[in-house]
Design a protein around this ligand. Sequence first.
Ligand SMILES: NC(=O)c1ccc[n+]([C@@H]2O[C@H](COP(=O)([O-])OP(=O)(O)OC[C@H]3O[C@@H](n4cnc5c(N)ncnc54)[C@H](OP(=O)(O)O)[C@@H]3O)[C@@H](O)[C@H]2O)c1
Length: 286
Amino acid sequence: MFICGHISFFPVPVNAQSYKLAVFGQPVAHSLSPRIHRLFGEQLGIDVDYSAIEADIDELAEKLAAFRADGGTGANLTVPLKQAGLRLCTRVDRPARQAHAVNTLHLEDDGWHGYNTDGAGLLLDLDRLGIDPAGRRILIVGAGGAVAGILGPLLDRQPACVTVVNRTAERAERLADKFAHLGDIRGGEIDSASEGSPHDLLIQSTSAGHEGKAVPIERACLTDDASGYDLNYGTAHAPFAEWCRQHGMMTHDGLGMLVGQAALAFNIWTGKRPDIAPTLAALSRD
Ligand SMILES: NC(=O)c1ccc[n+]([C@@H]2O[C@H](COP(=O)([O-])OP(=O)(O)OC[C@H]3O[C@@H](n4cnc5c(N)ncnc54)[C@H](OP(=O)(O)O)[C@@H]3O)[C@@H](O)[C@H]2O)c1
């Protein structure tokens, strides 16, 4: 505090602005996002009011408008709203256009701008783990919305090749066709993973873990020293972790990707990029 005569001047805090943020989805009550963004706010001394708002696809436009009227300037969208959110944006970034899905909205003068930070969040986590996708032969199991989000940023890192396999083979083939202009990519049924040379990175991207299942993959389609990365975390990661243990493979869960995509969203909203390591450590202690 500076004193001048009888008048007191209080220094203005560097980040006096408060951010009203939320994650929309269904179900969303157990989302880790409010905790993650509060931790980011504490780390950077930024005042964050981040809530979780239940909304189905039909309610999204109305609930987002109410949030905006109440001062909301940034939002995350999760299942099942990522595609529906795209239609409410005045502009979208390249990964969102490629994935046809947004996970982050930021209010600008002309309306909501949409982003997809899932793929860049995965890459942040792979970098943290010292796994460089460049030159690797990558096997992706699953062909849902998350894979659509990660393929563009992953192919930008120039892996040797990417094989996408899925229970419903047509979805994997469609994704491979869509991203073929970005690199060497093929899609097919799960059994087709063993065609060609073995892969050295397995990215488990199905939601089977939520049903307590691991998708069966032939060990022979992976090199001896291949590692596994699961987009899932918590109990949904357990079946894949067990599969990797049985097959002598090192594995990582997707909590770091979740924190990574959140850090990139936080940067879009506030202009400040949090460090993911302390947040990840705090969540892992929970
Ligand atoms: N860590 C993160 O930040 C992050 C971000 C996004 C997503 N995720 C997680 O990643 C997973 C996938 O998300 P998503 O958005 O892509 O979901 P999605 O669009 O619903 O796709 C689900 C995928 O899982 C496959 N699948 C589901 N049950 C299966 C089973 N029993 N056997 C074989 N395949 C099965 C589906 O195959 P079909 O096409 O044959 O139905 C499809 O490929 C979810 O568990 C989600 O929680 C994590």
